[in-house]
Design a protein around this ligand. Structure first.
Ligand SMILES: [Zn+2]
Length: 306
């Protein structure tokens, strides 16, 4: 574990972590803010699923892997979720879209959003069919779009662009579904969390080119592509300047993620991290002025090999 300032260490002992914006950690006597935003990077084994709650809405960003549907259902039940105001799918890979059918079946989904990436997989076709059959409001999101989650919480879409999607459909083009992942900055007050799905370095460079650094800054970064070495590049970390990174990765995953070089890049820029395989579900709570991070178990910066 890296050396932490004493006050941060104290905060750790009490809440797991507390920080405030602009910068500097909240004192240990500061109670965790109750509202208006709670983000849970759920431990759903392989894949990724992120539950976002405001006083007005429940939003689910991604649905975990096909093989982890029961885990997703159990995790949502544990959180008392019945209705999902917005289901958002970052890209149609099975480790993000895999649990969609379960979500449609067991929870009341009111609207669906995705990144507009079309694929031919059965999983994707079934997803579209269900949206049609249930006659759900359905929209694709692009760079520049925003969604209002209520309570002053806004989901600013930063990628992909129309051009990126068109490019991947051009004849002979390499289809890179990860690159076209839906990327968004979730904000309330002075707090921002960057949600990068499976975006890698190429997508990160595109973000830096299209957006000023102020529009990308965050206190918490959901690290791209499950902590793979091709995401969370040094320049991206420098510009987005997170205090914390959260890695969603399955235990003993076949790709051995998070990659040691990713962890080293976090360390080099003094970014602490939690990972779902070691820490379980990771919870961020903020009132827009301060934020706390708590986990189900374990310590920060666990560098044990997967
Ligand atoms: Zn993924």
């Amino acid at each position: 574990m890296r050396l932490l300032p004493f006050f941060l260490l104290l905060a750790f002992l009490i809440t797991g972590c507390a920080g405030s914006f602009p910068f500097g950690a909240a004192g240990p006597e500061t109670p965790p803010p109750a509202e208006p935003l709670t983000v849970k990077v759920l431990d759903v084994g392989q894949g990724e699923a992120i539950l976002i709650r405001t006083p007005e809405q429940t939003v689910l960003l991604d649905t975990g892997d096909t093989s982890e549907r029961q885990k997703l259902r159990a995790a949502l039940n544990k959180e008392g979720v019945r209705t999902i105001d917005k289901l958002i799918v970052s890209h149609p890979h099975r480790d993000h879209l895999g649990g969609a059918e379960t979500v449609f079946r067991y929870f009341q989904v009111k609207s669906v959003y995705d990144n507009g990436q079309i694929t031919t997989s059965k999983l994707y076709r079934d997803y579209l069919k269900t949206i049609q059959r249930k006659d759900l409001p359905y929209h694709s999101l692009k760079d520049g779009d925003t969604l209002d989650f209520g309570g002053g919480v806004t989901f600013h879409v930063l990628g992909p662009t129309e051009a990126m999607l068109a490019e991947s459909e051009a004849p002979g083009a390499k289809r890179d579904l990860n690159r076209n992942s839906l990327i968004a900055r979730l904000t309330v007050g002075g707090f921002a969390m960057l949600l990068t799905a499976d975006a890698g370095e190429e997508a990160e460079i595109g973000l830096l080119e299209r957006h000023p650094a102020e529009a990308l800054r965050c206190q918490v970064l959901k690290a791209g592509h499950h902590g793979s070495k091709t995401a969370s590049s040094a320049s991206f970390l420098r510009e987005t300047a997170p205090e914390w990174a959260v890695i969603s990765c399955g235990a003993a995953n076949e790709y051995h993620l998070p990659h040691p070089s990713t962890r080293q890049r976090f360390e080099a820029q003094d970014i602490a991290f939690y990972r779902t395989d070691r820490n379980g579900t990771i919870t961020v709570v903020t009132d827009g002025r301060t934020y706390t991070m708590t986990t189900e178990r374990g310590a920060a910066n666990d560098a044990t090999e997967n």
